[in-house]
Design a protein. Structure first.
Ligand code: DX5
Ligand code: ZN
Length: 234
């Protein structure tokens, strides 16, 4: 079933509870929480205290997107705070050639990612991996059968309100075809620049979990969630 994960990065924090519950009322079964460390991405957002607050507010799936270096250092605290699912960045792992700027070494990055996935599972948490728009998708194929989810970034991570990169659609399609062979139950999440006017195209390409921040929050988060749900359920 297709689902919507509103990203609280664009929510009004003066009324976080009201905003979260508006999306729940509108039919969103996930809450997407963007944790940024000011190192893997330029900005700092928020961390465990917000995860804990959201956990206490709602029974929606708490879906944490870690845009941080050394993601494994934060798994336990995020799970304790209430994360149901944690997604880390392939580029944040040594050999994935992201924030480390070191040489690309897919064999090493996959082995280290596999350890991280095992650790999430040992904590009773669902495991997701995310790839930035320019990262070769094939590098994560050996991991697909171990993961619950892959998050395809359709903008450069770090900020809400950016424009969807059209080349993402073919990446979603390629990943869905590969997942069909390796792990048909894999969730494909798409994050960045998703609006009601491109959501149907993204679903058609093979995504089944859509993140939307600026297109959901603001005035009438409930109504804007419903508009997405109409497309997701069509
Ligand atoms: C960007 C974050 C996104 C962001 C999406 O790095 O990972 O989750 O909140 O925002 P919109 O939907 O406004 O592009
Ligand atoms: Zn995100």
């Amino acid at each position: 079933m297709n689902e919507l994960a509103p990203s609280i990065l664009s929510a009004d924090f003066g009324d976080l509870r009201g905003q979260v519950l508006a999306t729940r009322e509108g039919g969103a079964s996930y809450m997407h929480i963007d944790v940024m460390d000011g190192h893997f991405v330029p900005e700092i957002s928020f961390g465990e205290p917000i995860i804990r607050s959201v956990r206490q507010m709602t029974d929606q799936v708490v879906d944490v997107h870690l845009m941080v270096t050394n993601p494994g250092d934060h798994f336990e605290a995020c799970v304790k705070a209430g994360a149901d699912s944690i997604t880390f960045h392939y580029e944040a792992v040594e050999g994935g050639a992201g924030a480390y700027g070191g040489p690309r070494d897919p064999g090493k990055a996959c082995a280290l990612s596999e350890e991280l996935i095992d650790r999430l599972h040992a904590l009773g948490c669902k495991a997701g991996i995310s790839v930035k728009p320019r990262t070769p998708l094939e590098e994560i194929y050996p991991l697909l059968d171990k993961l619950e989810m892959v998050l395809i970034m359709s903008v450069e991570p770090g900020f809400g309100g950016q424009k969807y990169m059209p080349e993402s659609t073919e990446r979603i399609r390629a990943l869905r075809a590969e997942a069909q062979k390796r792990n048909p139950a894999l969730r494909i999440q798409v994050d960045g620049g998703v609006k009601t006017d491109n959501a149907a195209m993204i679903l058609e390409a093979g995504a089944d979990l859509i993140v939307a921040g600026s297109a959901v929050f603001g005035d009438d988060a409930e109504g804007r969630t419903r508009a997405f749900m109409d497309i997701l359920r069509a």
